[in-house]
Each structure stands twice: as structure tokens, then as C-alpha cells.
Design a protein around this ligand. Structure first.
Ligand SMILES: C[S@@+](CC[C@H](N)C(=O)[O-])C[C@H]1O[C@@H](n2cnc3c(N)ncnc32)[C@H](O)[C@@H]1O
Length: 260
């Protein structure tokens, strides 16, 4: 299959697989349900986080959906015995009823969260629950660095609209809208301390995620490089080197589990 350059790059995404999988492990561990029959992983990416669900509940029927053909292709090739479909969680109808609607690091790409949660609610069986993690990207120096560079004269018109491609609210907002429709809401935040080899590793880590909307708007490779270089200068300033040369990247993530 020919890769659409604006599509996600599963191999680049999986390069930091260990860092990306931990929130899924933690979220799955917090779910109180013994034997779900059906589970859907919304925005399953290359399918690695889906394996945490499959590992905990080997008898459940699990479906993974994602709107990226490249991600679904990768999931199908790595886990060919499981069920993967290209579906847009925002625009398409999602079929079926599920005991667990799981979604890790995805909803920030979808603009209308109240509408999305109603859609998730309607996918649940009577005693079902949703389990969601969202990175609180704009609170971190890293997110602020990208927003700062994008707002500078040189880039403002070229990257117009990119920051709006992420929708991230705070915990007050999520608690209020969830408690209106769900019976109970468990909500928490964690700071993950990623230990990375260098400042460049931080840039590489977000090249396949947080930088994508900016890269997609910057047509020329020279512009992409110049934009990244400016972000890197901020990263060098905001994240000091440790004594052994490594860099700590604190990454803030918000979680919630809401029961029908
Ligand atoms: C940061 S990755 C997370 C992948 C996986 N859940 C994980 O934990 O590793 C975000 C994923 O959300 C998917 N995504 C973004 N918008 C989506 C939408 N509207 N419908 C379905 N998937 C979407 C992307 O294609 C990408 O695979």
C-alpha cells in the first residue's frame, strides 16, 4: 500500500512504544469489570494498546477502529487474528454494543467532546463503561513551545489552524459533562516521567503526534526543518540535561472511567 504522507506513520509512532503503552496499562488496570463480552478500542492506532485489553480479557470479543488506513494496515499485519476496521469515530456510525468503550490518546483529535461522549454512551450495553485517556498537551512546556513557535510572524499564516486541531479541556469540563450523562465518574491525572536520551528524542517522539498538524501544513521540507529547529531550541531550554546526559520529560495525562 502506498503511504499517504499526511497519514499517520505507524513505525515512527511505535518507536516510543514503551512510553506510549504505559497509560493504556494503567487505565486497563483501573477498570472494575470481571468478564466483559465485547470491547471496542476507538482510535486503536497500530493495535499495540489493544493487546493490553486482549491480555486482561482473553475471552472478550474485541474490535479496533481507527480512521487512519496506515494504522489499520499495520494492526492487521501485526495482529491478523483480531478485528480491525477503518472507521472515523467522529463522522461515521459505529456499529455494535460494547461493555467497554476504550480510547487512549485519541479524543484530542476530535473537536466536539460532549457529542462524542453521547455517541460513546449510546454504544454501551446496560452496565457498560467508557475508559479514556487524554494527554494534557498544552499545559506542558513542550506544547507551549510548539504554540509559541507557531504564533511567531514567520509561521503564523503557514500553520494557521494547526493548534485548533487539538481539542483538550481540563478536568472540570470533563467531570461536568460526564456526570450529566453517566451514573458514576472516576477521574484522575498522572505525570509520566519519560527518561529520554536527548533533546532530539523529545522532538522525535512528538514528530509522529503533536507536530503532525504543523508538518502537514508546512509544505516545504526546509520549512519543516526550520520550524522543528525553533521548537528544539525551546526544548533545550525547558528540559535541562540530567547529570548522566539523559533528559526527563514529564508528560501530563488525564484519565476517566465513567459507568452507565
Ligand atoms: C496518539 S494515537 C493513539 C493510538 C493508540 N490508541 C495508542 O494508545 O497507542 C491517536 C490515534 O487516533 C486516531 N484517530 C484520530 N482521529 C480519529 C477519528 N476521528 N476516528 C478514529 N480514529 C482517530 C489516529 O489515527 C491515531 O491512530
Amino acid at each position: 500500500m502506498q503511504m499517504n504522507t499526511k497519514d499517520w506513520n505507524p513505525n515512527l509512532y511505535l518507536k516510543f512504544g514503551k512510553e506510549r503503552i504505559q497509560p493504556s496499562i494503567d487505565l486497563v488496570m483501573r477498570i472494575e469489570m470481571d468478564e466483559p463480552s465485547t470491547i471496542i478500542d476507538i482510535g486503536c492506532g497500530p493495535g499495540n494498546s489493544t493487546q493490553i485489553l486482549a491480555h486482561r480479557w482473553p475471552d472478550a470479543e474485541i474490535v479496533g477502529i481507527d480512521n487512519s488506513p496506515a494504522m489499520i494496515e499495520k494492526a492487521k499485519s501485526d495482529y491478523s487474528n483480531q478485528n480491525w476496521y477503518v472507521v472515523d469515530a467522529d463522522k461515521d456510525e459505529i456499529e455494535g454494543k460494547y461493555d467497554i468503550v476504550f480510547s487512549n490518546a485519541v479524543i484530542q483529535w476530535i473537536p466536539d467532546h460532549p457529542k462524542l461522549f453521547k455517541k460513546f454512551y449510546n454504544l454501551l450495553t446496560n452496565n457498560g463503561l467508557i475508559a479514556i485517556q487524554v494527554p494534557i498537551f498544552w499545559d506542558m512546556p513542550l506544547g507551549k513551545a510548539i504554540a509559541n513557535v507557531a504564533s511567531q510572524n514567520q509561521w503564523a499564516s503557514k500553520t494557521k489552524g494547526a493548534t485548533k486541531q487539538f481539542t483538550i479541556h481540563d478536568y472540570h469540563f470533563y467531570y461536568d459533562i460526564l456526570s450529566e450523562i453517566f451514573k458514576s465518574v472516576d477521574i484522575w491525572e498522572s505525570h509520566y516521567m519519560h527518561v529520554v536520551d536527548s533533546h532530539l528524542s523529545i522532538l522525535e517522539m512528538i514528530r509522529s503526534t503533536g507536530l503532525r498538524p504543523f508538518h502537514n501544513l508546512l509544505e516545504k521540507d526546509t520549512d519543516k526543518q526550520a520550524f522543528e529547529d525553533m521548537v528544539l531550541r525551546h526544548i533545550e531550554k525547558d528540559y535541562p540535561l540530567q547529570k548522566n546526559g539523559k533528559v526527563l520529560l514529564p508528560f501530563k495525562r488525564l484519565f476517566f472511567i465513567a459507568k452507565k
